[in-house]
Write a protein that binds this ligand. Structure first.
Ligand code: SAM
Length: 329
């Protein structure tokens, strides 16, 4: 079991499959992109599967989420999912993607064993999409969403980051779109994880603001007051249900006290928090022939050192050296 010194147990592993992305979202990276990790530094498919297997069969991980960068850019993705699906006990498997290419990949990924998917969609307007992501790909994302639903990758969640003065006027339209299509809308507060360090607290659209804006048009009731558990999203029934909406107030309503997550970067570094300032290197011992026991001990030590909170609201907060795209969101 991966239990830390505050009694929290990590059961949810987030695996970044690549730091590359085909969008350039303003809240994530600069227009020119980043210095991508060189290929030899990335874990191979075999190395990834060995570490995931160790986590699932020995360390109590029950859920694996693939992310990035953009995970659909990873060539061997269906094969990796198939191999993880064969583990005993079989973990729940989900994927977070921008949806580009999902029209082709949704069915093969489902056939390989993927259970669920989250698609990021910040706007329904082509011009705003270009403004936010610096690429003209809205139609591709919408096609990807449709394909994912048809392939049965449900519940299908739509992740939205609202940016003040850019897309915050679209909150209700996005929720209507999700309700009409049977998707679960989730709004995520913008976090200080962009490569340019451009995050400003006063610019962030808060969970309170999102709820207030939606409440003028929809009746929102908490689904299970006081029962949020380790789930990052506070969920609300919309207009009496059955459909729900999730609000992830990572900054103003942190859920660190119940955090059950651990992250593996594409270059084999283990992180006990999205905002951790230190990583545990698993790739070097792995490539030097470390045994499963040695790797498991390294993993356990990393979790033991987990801090009680992400620290964003502390006066001395410093952003982690690596941006969200490298850590894996
Ligand atoms: N490329 C994939 C995607 O777009 O879903 C997976 C990686 S992306 C880093 C994962 C999620 O993190 C997306 O929903 C994205 O909107 C969100 N994200 C990225 N930067 C963020 C930030 N600074 N604050 C909050 N969410 C962010």
């Amino acid at each position: 079991m991966l239990t830390d010194s505050y009694g929290r147990t990590a059961t949810d592993l987030r695996v970044s499959l690549t730091d590359r992305c085909n969008l350039r979202c303003t809240y994530c990276m600069p227009p020119e992109g980043l210095d991508w990790l060189p290929k030899p530094e990335l874990l191979t498919d075999d190395e990834l599967v060995r570490l995931i297997s160790l986590a699932v069969t020995r360390l109590g991980i029950t859920e694996v989420r693939f992310t990035g960068g953009e995970p659909l850019l990873r060539r061997g993705l269906p094969g990796i999912i198939e191999r993880v699906a064969a583990l005993e006990p079989r973990p729940e498997m989900s994927l977070t993607t921008n949806g580009i290419g999902l029209d082709r990949l949704a069915a093969p990924l489902q056939a390989a064993g993927l259970d669920r998917i989250n698609v990021s969609l910040d706007t329904l307007t082509a011009e705003v999409f270009v403004q936010l992501s610096r690429r003209d790909r809205l139609d591709d994302v919408l096609k990807g969403l449709t394909a994912a639903a048809e392939a049965g990758l449900i519940p299908l969640k739509v992740n939205t980051v609202l940016m003040r003065g850019v897309n915050d006027h679209e909150a209700a339209a996005l929720l209507r779109f999700c309700l009409a299509n049977g998707y679960q809308q989730r709004f995520i507060e913008q976090m200080p994880l962009d490569a340019q360090h451009g995050w400003r607290r006063e610019q962030m659209v808060t969970a309170d603001e999102i709820l207030a804006a939606l409440s003028t048009e929809f009746r929102l009731e908490p689904t299970d007051p006081g029962e949020r558990g380790s789930a990052p999203a506070e969920t609300f029934l919309v207009d009496g249900g059955p459909q729900t909406i999730g609000i992830i107030g990572s900054v103003t309503r942190p859920f660190c006290g119940a955090c059950d997550r651990v992250r593996l970067t594409a270059d084999g570094q283990l992180r006990n928090c999205l905002f951790a300032r230190e990583e545990s290197d698993l790739r070097t011992p792995l490539r030097a022939g470390a045994s499963d026991d040695e790797l498991a001990q390294r993993w356990e030590r990393c979790i033991q050192a987990k801090l009680p909170g992400h620290g964003i609201n502390d006066p001395g907060f410093l952003q982690p050296a690596r941006p969200m795209s490298a850590i894996g969101g």
